[in-house]
Design a protein around this ligand. Structure first.
Ligand code: NAD
Ligand code: AHE
Ligand code: ZN
Length: 379
């Protein structure tokens, strides 16, 4: 039987730099290897604001943004075997096909199968499932969670236990998983080592999640670097040992000098969770000679570039980065959810704000105010 289109509410971004507007949209049924999901909750991430601002080279309009969502499978297209109607799911902007060169490499969580169409804002067959006022709307990051119903590729979704509360598990769709994974998967060979000294630049949802990963792996010193003094308390709540505000250093002192002094020669690992390319440089240069590794997580705006003296790398520092923390969503999400359910992974603590779909623009404003870690939107 062929499914029917569903009419529902969605937050539509018609143009760069403008507020979202709540519209009735039609969501077409899922085609082969596609899944239609009723989104129950979605987080709002800085990357949504970044694309809305017009600074994302891949951003195009009109579009349904959102990539941090949880919901229930409403229907599936032909050939879908990994999920079924009624399953509780988390959407995955980093898909996992388990067949492509990337997935089979054992070296990365990036998946190549649908990346080209995902970047263009369409489904793998090159078309959209969203229509509003006779116009086709683009998809975002293969997920578009700012709609009450969305359609995603079957490799872009993972079923999780229905015991996990979706108003919290949605945050595992981006921010928390990204920071935690960067610390326990991407850094070093299997994450940061026991006894390591680390510095985390930027203590938002991503940075606090890095701290959580470093605590899990047994880091000794976890230094938070943030321009906002209120982040000292936040960092310590998640297990950080030290805090430095880089705008309040001694005259002539740089943040890299301060960190090198605090760690007897430099950090074993540093993480950029700001998206600021100058911060990225400081994070690299604060690393220990011979082995220190700096992981870039923050998303920098179009046209921005990083730089440092090549000597920094010649003398053994390593610059790397990751998307979604290096986590393979379909394979590894289940254990993250288990860790949350058994009290080993903090999630509730990140939620400082909640809004309804009608107030989603307020959620964007909340996010930009310094006191917000995550705002969850009820769909
Ligand atoms: P956030 O805004 O909540 O946190 C950023 C923190 O950095 C804030 O506490 C802010 O005070 C601090 N900061 C700003 N400028 C600073 C500076 N010069 N020095 C030190 N601290 C500074 O953001 P977030 O939600 O935690 O996301 C962080 C970044 O990660 C964003 O760029 C986001 O787009 C990116 N991101 C990347 C991925 C990925 O897969 N790579 C996933 C999610 C988010
Ligand atoms: N489209 C942007 C890049 C944005 C970006 O780096 N996105 C991250 C996820 S951020 C989540 O909040 C990502 O997954 N990157 C890997 C990928 O394949 O997109 C640009 O600059 O073009
Ligand atoms: Zn995100």
């Amino acid at each position: 039987t062929v499914g029917k289109p569903i009419t529902c509410k969605a937050a539509v971004a018609w143009e760069a730099g403008k507020d979202l507007t709540i519209e009735e949209i039609e969501v077409a049924p899922p085609k082969a290897h596609e899944v239609r999901i009723q989104i129950h909750y979605t987080g709002v991430c800085h990357t949504d604001a970044y694309t809305l601002s017009g600074k994302d080279p891949e951003g195009a309009f009109p579009i349904v943004l959102g990539h941090e969502g949880a919901g229930i499978v409403e229907s599936i297209g032909e050939g879908v075997e990994s999920v079924k109607p009624g399953d509780h799911v988390v959407a995955l902007y980093t898909p996992e096909c388990r067949e492509c060169k990337f997935c089979t490499s054992g070296k990365t969580n990036l998946c190549g199968k649908i990346r080209a169409t995902q970047g263009k804002g369409v489904m793998p067959d090159g078309t959209s499932r969203f229509t509003c006022k006779g116009k086709s709307l683009l998809h975002f990051m293969g997920t578009s969670t700012f709609s009450q119903y969305t359609v995603v590729a079957d490799i872009s979704v993972v079923a999780v236990t229905d015991k996990a509360p979706m108003d919290r598990s949605c945050l595992l769709g981006c921010g928390i998983t990204t920071g935690y994974g960067a610390a326990v998967i991407t850094a070093g060979k299997d994450g940061v080592e026991k006894g390591s000294n680390v510095a985390v630049f930027g203590a938002g949802c991503v940075g606090l999640s890095v701290i959580q990963g470093c605590v899990k792996n047994g880091s000794s010193k976890i230094i938070v670097v943030d321009v906002n003094d209120k982040k000292e308390e936040w960092g310590k709540k998640f297990g950080a040992t030290d805090f430095v505000n880089p705008t309040k250093l001694k005259e002539g002192e740089t943040i890299q000098q301060r960190l090198i002094e605090m760690t007897d020669g430099g950090c074993d690992y540093t993480f950029d969770c700001t998206g600021n390319v100058h911060v990225m440089r400081s994070a690299l240069e604060a690393c220990h000679k011979g082995w220190g590794e700096s992981v870039i997580i923050g998303v920098a705006a179009a046209g921005q570039e990083i730089s440092t003296r090549p000597f920094q790398l010649v003398t053994g520092r390593v610059w790397k980065g990751c998307a979604f923390g290096g986590v393979k969503g379909r394979t590894q999400m289940g254990s993250l959810i288990d860790d949350y359910m058994t009290g080993k992974l903090k999630v509730d603590e990140f939620i400082t704000h909640r809004q309804s779909l009608d107030k989603i623009n307020q959620a964007f404003s909340d996010m930009k105010a310094g006191d917000c870690i995550r705002c969850v939107v009820t769909m």
